[in-house]
Design a protein around this ligand. Sequence first.
Ligand code: UD1
Length: 417
Amino acid sequence: MGKMIIEGGKRLEGLVRIHGSKNAVLPILAATVLNGGKNVISDCPKLKDVYSSIEILKGLGCGVKWEGSTVIVDSSSVSTHYIPEALMREMRSSIIFLGAIIARCRKATISMPGGCELGPRPIDLHLKAFRQLGISVDESHGYISCNVDKINCDDIHLSFPSVGATENIMLVATLAKGTTTIINAAKEPEIVDLQDYLNAAGAKISGAGSAVITIRGVENLHDVKHTVISDRIVAASYLSAAAITGGTITVTNAIPSHIQPITSVLKDCGCDIACKDDTITIEAPPRPRPIDFIRTLPHPGFPTDAQAPIMSVLSVATGTSIIAENMFENRFKHVAELNRMGADIKVDGRLAVIRGVTRLSGAKIAATDLRGAAALVIAGLNADGVTQVDGLNHLDRGYESFDEGLAMLGANIKRMG
Ligand code: UD1
């Protein structure tokens, strides 16, 4: 599984490039099924979830090859509408393949996604929308089977702006006859990137980034080249690493507007933040100031995925902070590990009260989810003595060479295994 050994106390300094976004590339990889042709996807991060998506694409009959950080998918030879359980299990977000396969094959069978480390991950909004579009959905024996002759394009009002449901509807509606409108759509930057990729392939989608997305169906898509947007959560993680070490770093290949909900919190912590083109420079004070109240919310609110890394920063603030986690139930699992490192954090339901301590202390700790893993590595950068972080399989789902990036910034960090 691998472990990270960190000797804390080094102030981070320097420059690091942010890789392509996991949450943008996963739906785009699923969407490559639609055009029955060639897809050249640049700045594709080398992550466990990306490898899982590629295995699913290969299982469906696609040809896939890497050229550096570019993935080339040839979906002309899709030969099945079925994803077996073993492949689905690898990654919860593979539910996005459901919409892609329906769009291409008019039917799809996948094993039901179970819960995940963040608690139950329902897909009721995805399936309700499919049914509204005239797709028959059968859930039995642990599988979901969908069938459709003709998509009935319609206005779909989401009761919650789910990222995955918005993406699935976009995929299904792209090749339908007629216009589909999503109301109360998710506004995340990754939705905009999916729209940009699909439009580059010939789709007619507008409105992504706002609460109303309009998809005018087209008959087919063509070959496409697309560069994935940079990963705002990875950028947030590096900025948090600088903040917890009182450092000064610049992240490049970033999109400052995507990271604003996080940089505004870091500013409140006393950090100086300067954005220029695709770079963000952070100059952190020796200790961060506390934050009265952070609520995780759909974009453009504070992202749930940045909650754990920011909590590590706040654990050494000069006072008490409160975080409300509104998106997922089980997203405070890193708290017990941070407390093992001398943090003073109390959790009650969806609320965490973080009393800042002067400094964390090195300990042997284990990650149990993706962003929690990043948070523990970040905490180790501050800690007195040696921190050992186990459970790196979680980190590998979303961070490419995080240890190398931090080492380049001067951290004393070594990965073993
Ligand atoms: C995506 C991101 C994930 C991020 C999350 C919220 C990817 C691959 N993952 O996940 O990193 O943390 O957005 O920004 O892009 N819900 C329902 N029913 C549904 C769908 C969702 O109740 O049918 C609920 C979920 O349980 C959760 C909330 O809606 O409480 C948000 O989920 P959603 O926006 O769908 O997140 P994901 O697409 O799963």
